[in-house]
Write a protein that binds this ligand. Structure first.
Ligand SMILES: *Cc1c(COP(=O)(O)O)cnc(C)c1O
Length: 379
């Protein structure tokens, strides 16, 4: 068992055409942070998500950073952010000198709890704070309760930046995740549902935002023959080579979503009947890309055996799994940030495990995973 090939949590999965696009970039010498593949990839993203405008960038993190800049977030401001997420959702708030305010999750989708969001907004405003944006996240591809979140955002006139880094291909009320907020963020990091090796995008209905994002992402050069700057710029654009990979990946995105969803169904079939195991639930109005399949394992049902015991049990056969995100309010770096909590994300972190979820898993991989899961739960 010890020398079996590693089964990854979520590894890159190339299709048939990525290499042709990259080859074209070489042949035409478009080895630059702009070029025809960047334009083509942006068009593909708009066509797929239904968004009016898109800017291809170097990462999802840079997209979040630019979104905050475009909304004028600066020192002294506060930004409400989902606590249960990857640190990249929150770090750019600090880049801007603003303060993140964390809001806990609800148990259905594991995303921002609208009731707690209302409480947090009212409490921050009562304290005289300026809440400049709300960042809900569609974790593991599962759409957040956007209807309620958007209603609150409208009621208090606070713009929404949707962190859809994990949710390309997910929809809510038949509309793509990332297209609900003023600005939406996508990521094409190596482990995401499609990858450009590293990359991200900012999408919006408002062309002015995206125009300005492209300007800021290319060092904020004023229109002049020499280098002239009246703004602080960034080097955040996606390269034409990476965008070539992205164009190839867009051709297989639907197939990748189907594969991830059938992974989830497989786990649900194998484990769904075991009491003490739960899954992230898809609301009637939602369609998740099921980027990662995750379970909640309640140790009281398994003689005290925890998700960590299962993780190590899988590791013995070189099968990678990973605890759910550690909430931001528990991170040492954010320990002084205000947080509105209900215990949900702490429990998810204690009891949750992401299982191998790649779209490239083979029958043999599933056989190995099944053998380890069966032996763990039949102990
Ligand atoms: C991956 C991810 C990001 C950041 O994207 P990068 O492209 O890695 O910078 C942001 N938020 C969430 C929820 C993510 O999973």
């Amino acid at each position: 068992m010890g020398n079996s090939a590693k089964i990854w949590l979520s590894s890159p999965h190339m299709g048939e055409y990525e290499f042709d696009f990259v080859k074209d970039a070489f042949e035409t010498n478009w080895i630059a942070p702009l070029g025809p593949h960047v334009d083509g990839f942006e068009q593909d993203l708009c066509a797929f998500t239904g968004s009016a405008h898109a800017a291809a960038l170097s990462s999802g993190t840079s997209a979040l950073h630019l979104a905050l800049i475009l909304l004028g977030v600066g020192p002294g401001d506060e930004v409400i952010c989902q606590s249960f997420t990857f640190s990249a959702s929150a770090n750019p708030i600090v880049y801007q000198g603003a303060t993140p305010v964390f809001v806990d999750s609800e148990e259905d989708t594991w995303n921002m709890d609208p009731d707690l969001l209302r409480f947090a907004i009212i409490d921050r405003l009562a304290q005289g704070k300026k809440v400049k944006a709300i960042i809900p996240v569609h974790l593991y591809g599962m759409p957040a309760k956007m209807d309620e979140i958007l209603n609150l955002a409208a009621e208090y006139n606070i713009p929404v930046i949707e962190d859809a880094a994990e949710a390309l291909g997910s929809t809510y009320m038949n509309k793509s995740c990332g297209t609900f907020g003023e600005l939406g963020v996508l990521s094409f990091n190596g482990n995401k549902i499609i990858t450009t090796s590293g990359g991200g995008a900012l999408i919006s209905e408002d062309g002015n935002y995206i125009h300005k994002a492209r300007f800021l992402a290319t060092q904020a050069r004023d229109p002049a023959p020499h280098y002239q700057h009246s703004h602080i710029g960034y080097n955040y654009r996606m390269s034409n080579v990476c965008a070539g990979i992205g164009r190839g990946q867009m051709r297989v995105l639907s197939a990748r979503i189907n594969a991830r969803r059938s992974n989830f169904e497989w786990y649900e079939n194998k484990l769904g009947a075991i009491s003490g195991i739960k899954f992230q639930s898809e609301l009637a109005e939602s369609y998740s890309n099921r980027w990662l399949s995750a379970i909640i394992l309640d140790p009281t049902h398994f003689d005290g055996k925890s998700r960590e015991d299962l993780r190590m049990w899988l590791e013995v056969d070189n099968i990678e799994s990973r605890p759910l995100w550690k909430p931001m309010h528990l991170q040492p770096i954010f320990r002084d940030s205000p947080a509105y909590l209900n215990g949900v994300s702490e429990k998810l972190f204690d009891q949750g495990l992401c299982l191998p979820s790649g779209s490239n898993l083979k029958i043999e991989d599933f056989n190995r995973i099944e053998a380890r899961l069966t032996s763990f739960f039949n102990q």
